[in-house]
Design a protein around this ligand. Structure first.
Ligand code: C2E
Ligand code: CA
Ligand code: CA
Ligand code: CA
Length: 279
């Protein structure tokens, strides 16, 4: 049972007094990890609150380090973004997801769309569209097999340019989600000018939604406003029955979180799809 499993990771802690050399070492290790194919994609189901069924998944990268074990993305994505390694890592994640989807389809599994996280660095980089088109074509996939998650801060820095790029991305036929909503400073009304299909409410709002009236009010308002703008809403970080009931009552569309399942290896996610695991 994945529900209570949670996830445990090696703690990658650089010594404060050697921050610079540790960064260099981490950078070198990341380059090596790319060549040695030490990155793995885990899948976290997203569940429809109406039917209780798995309707999609989010791809979350992990680094299988030969000595340290499984390293969580927070320990290496920020540096990878700084030094540009997020571009090859991101391409690798996308490719791994496409390989997996193609394999599942070949084995007659009823697949669901898999959402891939995009970093600002990838988004600004000119080759992103071609990378995505190539990946889909190489693996014989349709755009509805893949979707993308982008954060507020990525689009708010330069809204005109972002709107242009998002429209081009959307024109590929993929679904787009606005990730971590609520952590930035933008309003949904403003974000409506971008072609998002989904809003994901950041888990910091979900965490105390049953105990903090302020968070409850925000989540209620975000769901209502998103719906009035014809956006679907995903709540992330749902860990308790109480949070689930709260979200159901307010007609949130989908949930994702440890209450249902953490991110799991591809084989475990496949088993959930096959068995029709329900909320
Ligand atoms: P995110 O996109 O907001 O992903 C959700 C994070 O919340 C994941 O952490 C997930 O494991 C965690 N989570 C899911 N349900 C729960 C829950 O019920 N409780 C709690 N406490 N946490 C939950 P993870 O996998 O460690 O990823 C952290 C961040 O790293 C992601 O945040 C995303 O920003 C980034 N990331 C992960 N994979 C990729 C990737 O392939 N590319 C890029 N650019 N960023 C990635
Ligand atoms: Ca995400
Ligand atoms: Ca998120
Ligand atoms: Ca988040």
């Amino acid at each position: 049972n994945a529900k209570a499993a949670g996830e445990r990771y090696a703690y990658y802690a650089p010594a404060m007094n050697a921050a610079h050399s540790v960064r260099l070492e981490l950078e070198n290790e990341l380059r090596h990890a790319l060549e040695a194919r030490q990155f793995e994609v885990f899948y976290q189901p997203k569940v429809d609150l109406g039917s209780g069924r798995i309707v999609s998944a989010e791809a979350l990268v992990r680094w299988r380090h030969p000595q340290r074990g499984l390293v969580a993305p927070a320990a290496f994505i920020p540096l990878a973004e700084e030094v540009g390694l997020i571009v090859p890592i991101g391409a690798l994640v996308l490719d791994a997801v496409c390989v997996q989807q193609a394999e599942w389809i070949a084995r007659q599994l009823e697949v669901v769309p898999v959402a891939v996280n995009l970093s600002a660095v990838q988004f600004k980089q000119g080759k992103l569209l071609q990378t995505i088109r190539d990946a889909l074509e190489r693996h014989g996939l349709e755009p509805q097999h893949i979707s993308f998650e982008l954060t507020e801060s990525m689009v708010m820095g330069n809204p005109e340019e972002a709107a242009y790029n998002l429209k081009a991305l959307k024109a590929l036929g993929v679904q787009l989600a606005l990730d971590d909503f609520g952590t930035g400073y933008s309003s949904l009304a403003y974000l409506q000018r971008f072609p998002f299909d989904y809003v994901k409410i950041d888990r910091s709002f979900i965490a105390n939604v049953t105990s903090n009236p302020g968070d409850a009010a925000i989540v209620t308002a975000v769901i209502a406003m998103a719906h009035s703008l014809r956006l679907r809403v995903v709540a992330e970080g749902v860990e308790t029955e109480g949070q689930l009931q709260f979200l159901r009552k307010r007609r949130c569309d989908e949930m994702q979180g440890y209450f249902f399942s953490p991110a799991v290896p591809a084989a475990a996610f496949e088993a959930m799809l096959r068995e029709g695991t329900q909320l």
